[in-house]
Design a protein around this ligand. Structure first.
Ligand code: NDP
Ligand code: MG
Length: 272
């Protein structure tokens, strides 16, 4: 199936794996964005020929403009946070995939939804910081909100049977426990930033990797799940699953449980 997407945060961990998916399926890329990774953007432009590219860092914008000057078929460049918003709003892509890191992604998520685009959301910070704004905008504009975070994609996949989904009672949100699972205070004192950046199962951007080592990420994901699936926090149980094979599970009124399993590879939830 041919799709046209705009990919925000294309130079990051989710961004580059999303481009792997585009390459695999022959999806067309309408727009790309990054903060400052000019060299990666140049390589992505050469391969995917987007029509628009937004760069939020002004100095990086100037470097990319200079590098593309005079090239035929070069994309139109958009600058700063306004440029990112402009790209998120543009018609041309059916789906906007938001893989920006941090609260900088919220504005782009809201703009994409308000412009009538389906939103594939990796940027969990959009829901953590503005869950009420995002979910209200989704309802008002009648668009699809597709979770990309692996656990939330797993829950979403488990709820595809509309009949049982209505009787959802509980979410079992899995956690690997990260690199420091089971360690006591004395052992933890010896750990460094480099140790925290070595996740046992996933290869991810720096912020989420550190958040996984401290377990902060699971707190953010609980908030993300509550907004996405409309359950109160006390109906979301965090379960440690060290191997990251069970990506999450749901429990229904009859106490049956459905789980989604797979190898830890973000290209699976991105494709879904
Ligand atoms: P990365 O740090 O690897 O990539 C972040 C992307 O956002 C890069 O393209 C970066 O550009 C861009 N960016 C950084 N700062 C800004 C800014 N101020 N304004 C606009 N764009 C900016 O992050 P990840 O790919 O790991 O994570 C992206 C999102 O997905 C996060 O919200 C994370 O929680 C979520 N997520 C990630 C998973 C993973 O496996 N990595 C799994 C589940 C969720 P540049 O390269 O120029 O800095
Ligand atoms: Mg996750």
């Amino acid at each position: 199936m041919s799709k046209v997407i705009t990919l925000l945060g294309s130079t990051g961990s989710i961004g580059t794996q999303s481009l792997d998916v585009c390459r695999m399926h022959g999806y067309e890329v309408f727009g790309l964005s990054a903060n400052s990774s000019v060299d990666k953007l140049l390589a992505q432009i050469a391969e995917f020929h987007p029509k628009y590219v937004a760069v939020t860092d002004p100095a990086a914008f100037d470097r990319l403009s200079a590098a593309l000057a005079g090239q035929t078929g070069a994309p139109k460049l958009l600058k700063g946070a306004d440029g990112l918003r402009e790209l998120a709003a543009m018609d041309g892509a059916g789906t906007v995939l938001n893989a920006v890191v941090g609260i900088a992604g919220l504005d782009a998520s809201l703009t994409a939804i308000e412009s009538g685009h389906d939103l594939a959301l990796a940027n969990k910070e959009s829901l953590v910081t503005g869950g009420h704004l995002v979910t209200d905008a989704v309802k008002k504009n009648g668009v699809h909100l597709l979770p990309v975070d692996s656990e939330h994609s797993a829950i979403f996949q488990c709820l595809q049977d509309q009949h049982s989904a209505k009787t959802l009672e509980k979410i079992l949100l899995t956690a690997s426990g990260g690199p420091f699972f089971g360690m006591g205070t004395e052992e933890l004192r010896t750990k460094t930033k480099a140790d925290a950046l070595k996740h046992p199962n996933w290869n991810m951007g720096a912020k989420i990797t550190i958040d996984s080592a401290t377990l902060m990420n699971k707190g953010l994901e609980l908030i993300e799940a509550a907004w996405l699936f409309g359950l109160p926090e006390d109906k979301i149980q965090i379960v440690v699953q060290r191997e990251s094979i069970i990506h999450s599970a749901v429990q229904f009124a009859d106490h049956s449980i459905i789980a989604q399993l797979g190898v830890p590879d973000m290209r699976i939830p991105i494709q879904y």
